[in-house]
Every structure is written in C-alpha cells, then in structure tokens.
Write a protein that binds this ligand. Structure first.
Ligand SMILES: NC(=O)C1=CN([C@@H]2O[C@H](COP(=O)(O)OP(=O)(O)OC[C@H]3O[C@@H](n4cnc5c(N)ncnc54)[C@H](OP(=O)(O)O)[C@@H]3O)[C@@H](O)[C@H]2O)C=CC1
Ligand SMILES: O=C(O)[C@@H]1CCC=N1
Length: 272
C-alpha cells in the first residue's frame, strides 16, 4: 500500500513519525512540501519519497492524506484530482472542510463519488499516543473503512463519529486539545519558578505530573471527579488551589475557549 501526504507540515510529520515508528516502511510513504528544507528533513529522518508537486506526490497512491492548511484546500484538491487513482482512498485531516466540498473539488470528470474519510488526528500521534476521530462518506467501502481505521489506530486511538456535524466539536476538543494541556503546563512551570524552584526542576515536576495524571485518566473506568477527589485532602493544599480556580471560573473559561475553537472550525469553510 502506498500512502501519500499532500502537505507535510506539523501534523503530517507527526503522523509520518508515528507510522514509521510503528513499523510502516518510510519507502511506502510519499510527501509533498513546498520548502526544500522540510522535504530534506522528511527524507533524512523517515526515508519518505518527497515531492514539491502535490499532483506528483498523490499520483498512483492507494491512500492520499490531505494535510495542507484549509485555506489552500480547494486549489490543492483541484491540482491533485487528475492524478488520483480511480480507487484511491482519500483521508482529509483538514479542520473545517466538509466532505461535500472535497467531493466537488476532487471529483474531476468522474461519475461516481470519491471515497473520502474525514479524520481529526492530533500531534501526540508522533509518539503513538494520538487520538483520531473519523467520519466516512457514503462512498467508502467497509474494507476502506477498515484501512482508514487501522492506519490511524497505528499511531494511537481512533474512533468513528456517526455525524459529520460533530467534527467542529471534535476538532476543538482533541485536535486542538494538546495545546490547552501545554498552556496549562507552561503556567504551572512559571508558577513553580515564581515560588523559587530552579527552571529545570519546575519543568520536570510539571511534565511528569501531567504525564502521570493523563496515564491514570486513560482508564475510563475511573471517573475524573474521583481521581481529582483522591488528590484533594479536606482543608489541604489542593483544595486551596481548586477552590480558587473554580471561584475564578476556570471551567467556564475552558468551556468558552473550546466553544471558540469549534466556532472557528465552523467558520473555516465560509472563508474559502
Ligand atoms: N497541527 C495540528 O495539530 C493539527 C492540524 N490539523 C490539520 O492539518 C492541516 C495541516 O496543519 P499543520 O500541519 O499544522 O500546518 P503546516 O503549515 O505545518 O503544514 C502545511 C503543509 O502544507 C504545505 N502547503 C502549504 N501551502 C501549500 C500550497 N499552496 N500547496 C501545497 N502545499 C502547501 C506546507 O508546505 P511548506 O511548509 O513547505 O510551505 C506544509 O507542508 C491543517 O488543515 C490542519 O487543520 C489537524 C489536526 C491537528
Ligand atoms: O489549529 C488548528 O486549526 C489545527 C486544527 C486542530 C489543531 N490544529
């Protein structure tokens, strides 16, 4: 199976890194990027076949992963359409771009609809801890669904969502989510330093704490509130911090931020 990444920046590189680490041969992957230094990096790190032309990259591939910015989705789809194999499976990781648009741009002169799966991965895929949501369009066969699922499962967890409308929420939660965690970690490191800890110590304490908390939380049998309660001794230190966070509207602030991301995802196709 040949896999082509059309656009190979941050997210595509994370997927390539994860796939190669999980045993997919870099020689079966092609990738297009405009910057020569990015192409050189992908070639030297992962042994992938690199191209400056999106059309050449996609030509003859069994799976084509659309991973350019949403703003250049249309021009890129129109560019690759004449080069695609008849039975190519298209995975789009682009935020906000609905299947209907992709079908129109990719269909070229075809009479039957292309098989398109929308995917929303995230960057921890690079270390095998990605989270990808998938949505299959009507033309996707059961074996193509299996192919999309196993590819994305190779770099972490994957789940199907039954309704494409949920993709804005998915993008806001798990697509953008790693950035929220890093922002929290940055704030914790800064607070640790302000309390007098050496920078290295504050970084190590924060990174390992979030890793440990995430590892515990990965067991869905354990309610998040219960995990929090186990840390929070009555009248203790955690309670002092959590009370302050709640009084200052932490949850509602996070809620507003996530809704803002979902709104932005919904706006993206209106700007094409
Ligand atoms: N970053 C993330 O965490 C996630 C991103 N996504 C989605 O993935 C997609 C890519 O995002 P991200 O990787 O962050 O973006 P990047 O800017 O890092 O990567 C975009 C890639 O597309 C290439 N490209 C840009 N413009 C063109 C063009 N006109 N023609 C051909 N290639 C072009 C770039 O080449 P060059 O850099 O050489 O100019 C680069 O390889 C987006 O649609 C985003 O919504 C989805 C989930 C998570
Ligand atoms: O910020 C973005 O638009 C992309 C989509 C999800 C994560 N990064």
């Amino acid at each position: 199976m040949r896999i082509a990444f059309v656009g190979a920046g941050n997210m595509a590189s994370s997927l390539i890194a994860g796939m190669v680490a999980m045993g997919i041969d870099g020689g079966r992957i092609s990738a297009s990027a405009r910057r020569p230094e990015q192409r050189e990096l992908l070639k030297s790190c992962y042994g992938v076949d690199v191209h400056s032309s999106a059309g050449e990259c996609a030509a003859g591939a069994d799976v084509v992963i659309l991973s350019v910015k949403p703003q250049v989705a249309q021009v890129t789809c129109r560019e690759i359409a004449p080069h695609l194999s008849d039975d190519a499976l298209i995975l789009s990781i682009m935020a906000g771009i609905p299947v209907l648009n992709l079908l129109a741009w990719l269909n070229s002169s075809r009479t039957s609809a292309r098989a398109i799966v929308r995917c929303m991965p995230n960057t921890p895929a690079s270390v095998g801890f990605g989270m990808t949501a998938l949505y299959a369009s009507a033309a996707v066969s059961p074996s193509q669904k299996e192919c999309a699922y196993s590819l994305m499962s190779s770099v972490g967890r994957a789940i199907w969502v039954g309704d494409e409308c949920q993709f804005d929420a998915v993008t806001a939660l798990s697509g953008s989510g790693p950035a929220y965690a890093y922002l929290l970690m940055e704030a914790m490191v800064e607070a640790g330093k302000e309390l007098g800890l050496p920078s290295q110590v504050a970084e190590t304490l924060t990174r390992q704490t979030i890793l440990g908390a995430a590892q515990l939380a990965s067991d869905q049998g354990r309610a998040l509130q219960e995990l929090r309660r186990q840390v929070t001794s009555p009248h203790g230190t955690t309670e002092a911090a959590v009370n302050l966070l709640e009084a200052q509207g932490f949850k509602s602030l996070v809620g507003r931020a996530v809704r803002g991301a979902a709104r932005r995802s919904a706006e993206l196709p209106l700007e094409l």
